[in-house]
Design a binder for this molecule. Structure first.
Ligand SMILES: [Zn+2]
Length: 252
């Protein structure tokens, strides 16, 4: 009787140990799987299936930011669309996006397009002058100005491929352009459908992405990169900086 009991206790103990061990193993396996996924999604230079024929040197992928400023004005044919100037090659795409929004029930305002380096110099100088007038030293004024105005040469608007566009209702509430404009369905429509027209939301809000672009979230600033690039960047959640880096890593 007691032998049988001991045997039973032993059997139960074995079952518990085996079950416990497999549970532990399962948990660990899951853990390493999820860390594995994390590692693969953060190594953005190892992207596959990059769009065919695309090169990092293509005109619609030109990268302008504070680390890649322009030293002189860019030369390209300009066109006027909805009261703003853009690179003539993207005029139709801008019109199509505005028409698409209208068909979905949203009126939009094209707030700005191309800006010359010279114009940016004037804007910068004016803001800096105001800061100096408020008693700042030259160094302080320069710093305070650079915090709110792109330094001449480093604004993407110099390329003629960037547009500031907003739902008319969002723009009416936030005429100085604020991230909060994305609370409007019109702005959400633009953000969600931009890629259909070859545009990407250029300055997204994820912290890691702000580090890449060097610019805080802007729910109104879109950049033309072409439909294939825009769809790829959207699908892989890539900034232009990360995408160009990936193309270069692939020898493109
Ligand atoms: Zn802008």
């Amino acid at each position: 009787m007691s032998k049988k009991r001991n045997w039973l206790i032993g059997l139960v103990a074995i079952v518990i140990i085996v079950f416990g061990a497999s549970l532990f193993y399962f948990k660990e396996a899951n853990k390493s799987q999820s860390t594995g996924q994390k590692t693969s999604s953060s190594s953005k230079t190892k992207l596959t299936n990059l769009p065919k024929g695309v090169k990092s040197t293509d005109w619609d992928l030109v990268l302008v930011n504070k680390w890649h400023p322009l030293s002189s004005e860019m030369n390209f044919e300009k066109a006027t669309v909805s009261g703003a100037t853009v690179d003539a090659r993207i005029k139709q795409a801008v019109l199509d996006m505005q028409n698409g929004a209208r068909a979905a029930g949203y009126l939009t305002n094209l707030i700005s397009g191309y800006r010359s380096i010279q114009y940016q110099q004037e804007v910068f100088a004016n803001v800096k002058k105001n800061n100096l007038a408020q008693g700042m030293t030259d160094e302080q004024a320069q710093k305070a100005t650079a915090a709110v105005v792109q330094e001449p040469g480093s604004s993407e608007h110099h390329t003629g491929l960037a547009i500031d566009i907003a739902g008319s209702d969002a723009f009416e509430k936030y005429p100085n352009l604020e991230a909060n404009m994305d609370q409007f369905a019109s702005q959400q429509w633009l953000i969600n459908h931009a890629a259909d027209y070859g545009f990407v939301l250029r300055y997204p809000k994820e912290k890691s992405q702000i580090k890449q672009t060097g610019i805080d979230y802007e729910s109104w600033h879109f950049r033309y990169v072409g439909v294939a690039n825009a769809n790829y960047m959207k699908a892989h959640n890539l900034t232009l900086e990360a995408y160009v880096k990936a193309l270069k890593a692939a020898g493109r």
